[in-house]
Design a protein around this ligand. Structure first.
Ligand code: ADP
Ligand code: ASP
Ligand code: MG
Length: 401
């Protein structure tokens, strides 16, 4: 007998028929004699609809009240799924984040899990119940509701699997595994049988939203066996695990992230301490910076460009603008019509040809590169957003076709 954690995403529970389909998958695992803990997301587009509702009332609602609102989405699903299982004659109980409880920090809308108290779940499993837990939500020390960030139900599932020492954490979604690129956008995308934690973490962080990046981070930390599978088809999925043959395939996937904006601080005096000042201002505002490019000094001035995510663009521009005199800079420019396209693969560190091949694909398609960033496991380029889907396609074709 095993303990299985299964997670079903929003599109897998979008209506009553789909909820019964999911109930069927749960029952299969339960009837095999497993203890089953299930994590679900809000139905279909519920979270987006709730955000739109909030905006009708208040353009800038507090993050605390947003979390109270958004957590209701998952609460609807747990109860409906429990009712479906009751109707099918199975013992079941639904639990919200605070009922578990899943304790988080107080960083509303981006909360991080601190501890999961497992006693309640364990006692329900002892009673042979199927336990259904609301994804994406928790409570802080004051018992205020928090959420983990968009896509966070994957992280709930992996965290529960780690805390309960589950044998496997199955992430069921609307595609049947992790592909070399988003299979909905790239027709030749190929399914991967397995992928290492590091590669999956990088892909997820660079825009492959099939898994929440923090879920992969946790899975690696606690050595959770993760598998991405289809809710609708009974076929093998993709295993996310520690080892694989690095030499087999250099590049494992191509990802795109549109949630990127570029800021350029122009005409900074070319002298020591200026980069420090720029990034210190940003750090004090808790603004995370990704790719950084500094031009070679000319006429005793230089430019520093960097990228931030869209929801930090306004704050970043404001803080730099307010400090232009301190920096001695001429002006600050920004643009948000850009995307980051990346290739990921653990074997690429020792293969310089990989980056060249990526740039060749972009050259062949006459796509201009604004910025480049490399690490042991990835190469990213910043390009115009309008070219991004085509860039993914041509880079993917270059490596996989
Ligand atoms: P869920 O609601 O189940 O959490 P998501 O929409 O968050 O589902 O994630 C599944 C989606 O991720 C797929 O529909 C697919 O379009 C997208 N996706 C992006 N990159 C990849 C990839 N490399 N492999 C598989 N799916 C991907
Ligand atoms: N419902 C949340 C969202 O749409 C969490 C999730 O689906 O994982 O982002
Ligand atoms: Mg998701």
């Amino acid at each position: 007998m095993s303990l299985v954690v299964q997670k079903f995403g929003g599109s897998s529970v979008a209506d009553a028929k789909k909820i019964f389909n999911v109930a069927g998958r749960i029952v299969d695992a339960y009837n095999e004699g497993n203890d089953v803990v299930v994590v679900v997301s809000a139905m279909g587009d519920t979270t987006d609809d709730l955000i739109a509702k909030a905006k009708e009332i208040n353009e800038k609602p507090s993050r605390r009240e947003m979390d109270v609102l958004l957590s209701t989405g998952e609460q609807i699903t747990i109860s409906l799924l429990a009712m479906a299982l009751e109707k099918m004659g199975y013992p079941v109980i639904s639990l919200t984040g605070w009922q578990v409880p899943m304790i988080t920090d107080s960083n509303n809308s981006k909360a991080r899990l601190r501890t999961i108290k497992t006693a309640r779940i364990m006692s329900e499993l002892d009673k042979k119940k199927i336990v259904i837990v609301a994804g994406f939500q928790g409570v802080n020390e004051l018992n205020d509701i928090t959420t983990l960030g968009r896509g966070g139900s994957d992280t709930t599932a992996v965290a529960l699997a780690a805390a309960l020492k589950a044998d496997v954490c199955e992430i069921y979604t609307d595609v049947d595994g992790v592909y070399t690129a988003d299979p909905r956008k790239v027709k030749n995308a190929q399914k991967l049988n397995d992928i290492s934690y590091d590669e999956m973490l990088e892909l997820a962080s660079l825009g492959a939203n099939v898994l929440h990046n923090r879920s992969v981070e946790l899975a690696k930390k606690y050595n959770v066996n993760m598998e991405v599978k289809s809710s609708f088809e009974k076929v093998d999925g993709t295993k996310v695990k520690e080892v694989r043959l690095v030499e087999k395939m250099l590049v494992r996937g191509v990802a795109k992230d549109d949630d990127v904006a570029r800021i350029s601080v122009i005409g900074i005096p070319d002298e020591p301490g200026k980069a420090y000042r720029v990034f210190d201002l940003l750090a004090k505002k808790n603004i995370s910076v990704d790719i950084i490019l500094q031009s070679i000094g000319r006429d005793n001035t230089k430019d520093i460009s960097f990228t931030v995510c869209m929801d930090q663009l306004e704050d970043a521009v404001n803080i730099i603008t307010e400090n232009l005199d301190l920096l001695g800079a001429k002006e600050v420019k920004s643009r948000s019509d850009i995307s980051k396209v990346s290739i990921v693969g653990a074997g690429m560190a020792s293969n310089p040809g990989v980056a060249a091949k990526m740039f060749e694909a972009l050259f062949d398609a006459q796509i201009n590169i604004h910025m480049i960033s490399t690490s042991e496991i990835k190469v990213s380029v910043l390009i115009n957003e309008k070219n991004a889907d085509r860039a993914v396609e041509v880079i993917h074709d270059k490596f996989f076709c």
